[in-house]
Design a protein around this ligand. Structure first.
Ligand code: C2O
Ligand code: CU
Ligand code: CU
Length: 527
């Protein structure tokens, strides 16, 4: 029945596909096009915005350090959080908080994280943006079983069956760890804003919605030499939308509230949107800033929602956001934006100079793609003083080598489609162990993504560079090293890739988590 109803969605999607035949839509049409997802309205009363101070996730202390390695431990556990004032929300957390603790690593030093699973269901941890060997990359069937022993291979298989979208798993191929798993991150990669989140096959959307996401920042010497804002003026901002029942619990359109059958109800196959905007886990928070430069690391950790972030008021002269980095770290040179369009999983690292505002200005961060409660995100309250600022944004930030698409020997096409067959890549629903591509390590390749709907396309293992969008130059938000690129209906994006170091199985998928869970994912195998 779910399958049949999905045909309806497929029909709507094909409507967008017909656009492709008529030629590319103008980018400005994007705003008028239906964006992905469906709003799940909260049963709880929504709080007034700008009452809660912005929480800053705590930085995790290593449990041990050696000459080469920092070791951490995280317990995945249920926690009762007060997200909406006066209400209790049962969350699934990394270490008792949402977002989880921030891990801070140093490029070139190994980080080892042992995750113990005290939740009542299996989990998988993926470090998004990590240049990580396959064994620690969080393959969707490399599960950590609950420490209480409630799951065995048989029960895992039961939870995979009865799915709404025909994904099949060779259960013998599952890689099950009892209670805990240790992930090793060599961090042979440059400074960047990474994040970690659950990646369990068919259950990623609900797991992240319930709270399983955190920041993982990487620093290096090159970044440290720059006179950028740091310390309390370097702020990671995880933006998510959520929906709450009247009793404060997270609402999600699960087909099975007990979560032994994956999937969401038909109406939400295209993604789940909430009406409460959380930044670092707090609804429409407020943060006091001085009239100084701040580095803001925006992460869109929402399941399906796209944002167009804009400051209100704009500073005089515009260009409020000085972008210094993208998913994969520093840009070669800063880029100026009045607004930032940010799709699920993307990161924008920007500097905002609050000295451009008069003392006492209350600066709202708006979402121009939202309306009503989702049109506002947070507020910065600018202080009264005029402190001296010893930071700046240099004209040159980093040496970013350009991958030359002219040197590519292989071009691969990936079609992201919604149809009566579900959400597919090249007509195929996800099947663990089936490789959609076998790139050779060290070789430059061009990967071409086409869509008939909105899909933020993400690659594991290495960052890529966008070569073209709709056969023209990359868009305003495509610069620098990326690991996720947003595609809109009927668009084509070419990226240049070069996978390095690690042979094994990695993922290509849509980062709309409901699309991902409903099979828009594939393996690629580096060799
Ligand atoms: Cu952030 Cu494979 O995902
Ligand atoms: Cu990833
Ligand atoms: Cu998608």
């Amino acid at each position: 029945m779910r399958r049949r109803a999905f045909l309806g969605t497929g029909g709507a999607v094909l409507g967008a596909g017909a656009l492709a035949a008529a030629g590319w839509p103008l980018l400005s049409d994007y705003v008028r096009e239906g964006r992905p997802g469906k709003l799940l309205t909260s049963g709880a009363d929504l709080p007034k915005p700008y009452r809660t101070p912005l929480p800053l996730p705590r930085v995790l202390e290593p449990v041990s350090k050696s000459a080469t390695t920092d070791a951490y431990e995280i317990t995945q556990q249920a926690a009762e959080l007060e997200i909406l004032p006066g209400l209790r929300t049962k969350a699934w957390t990394y270490g008792g908080t949402f977002p989880g603790p921030t891990i801070v690593s140093r490029s070139g030093r190994r980080t080892v994280v042992r995750h113990r699973n005290e939740l009542d269901r299996p989990g998988v941890v993926h470090l998004h943006g990590g240049h990580t060997p396959a064994a620690s990359d969080g393959y969707p069937t490399s599960l950590i079983l609950p420490a209480d022993g409630s799951y065995d291979a048989h029960r895992v298989a039961q939870d995979m069956s009865g799915g709404s979208h025909g994904m099949s798993v060779d259960h013998g191929a599952m890689d099950l760890a009892a209670g805990a798993r240790t992930y090793t991150y060599p961090f042979e990669q440059r400074a960047a804003t990474l994040w970690y989140h659950d990646h369990r096959m068919s259950y990623t959307g609900v797991a992240v919605w319930m709270g399983l996401a955190g920041f993982h920042l990487v620093h290096d010497d090159e970044e440290e030499r720059l006179p950028l804002p740091r310390g309390a003026r370097d702020i990671p901002l995880m933006i998510t939308d959520r929906s709450f029942a009247a009793d404060g619990s997270f609402q999600y359109p699960w087909v099975d509230k007990e979560l032994h059958t994956p999937g969401v109800t038909d109406a939400y196959m295209n993604g789940v949107l909430g009406d409460v905007i959380l930044v670092n886990g707090a609804p429409w928070p407020v943060h006091e800033v001085e009239r100084l430069r701040y580095r803001l690391r925006f992460l869109n950790a929402s399941n399906a929602r796209l944002y167009k972030l804009e400051l209100d008021p704009q500073p005089e002269g515009g260009d409020a956001f000085v972008q210094i980095g993208s998913d994969g770290g520093l840009l070669a040179a800063p880029r100026l934006h009045d607004a930032l369009e940010i799709a699920p999983a993307e990161r924008f690292d920007v500097v905002v100079d609050f000295s451009r505002y008069r003392p006492g200005t209350k600066v709202r961060l708006l979402n121009r793609f939202g309306d009503g409660s989702t049109a506002e995100v947070m507020r910065f309250d600018v202080g009264a003083g005029s402190p001296a600022d010893d930071t700046k944004v240099p004209r040159q930030l980093s040496d970013v080598p350009r991958l030359d698409p002219g040197r590519a020997t292989v071009t691969r096409d990936f079609h992201f489609r919604g149809s009566s067959a579900g959400w597919t890549i090249n007509g195929k629903e996800y099947e663990p162990g089936r490789a959609l591509a076998r790139p050779k390590l060290g070789r430059t390749e061009v990967w071409r993504f086409t869509t008939n709907f909105h899909h933020p396309v993400h690659l594991h293992l290495d960052h890529f560079q966008v070569v073209s969008r709709n056969n023209r130059d990359p868009g305003a938000f495509d610069h620098g090293w990326k690991d996720t690129v947003d595609l809109r209906p009927a668009e084509a994006v070419e990226v240049v890739t070069r996978f390095t170091d690690y042979a094994g199985t990695f993922m290509i998928h849509c980062h709309n988590l409901e699309h991902e869970d409903m099979a828009m994912m594939g393996d690629f195998v580096t060799e």
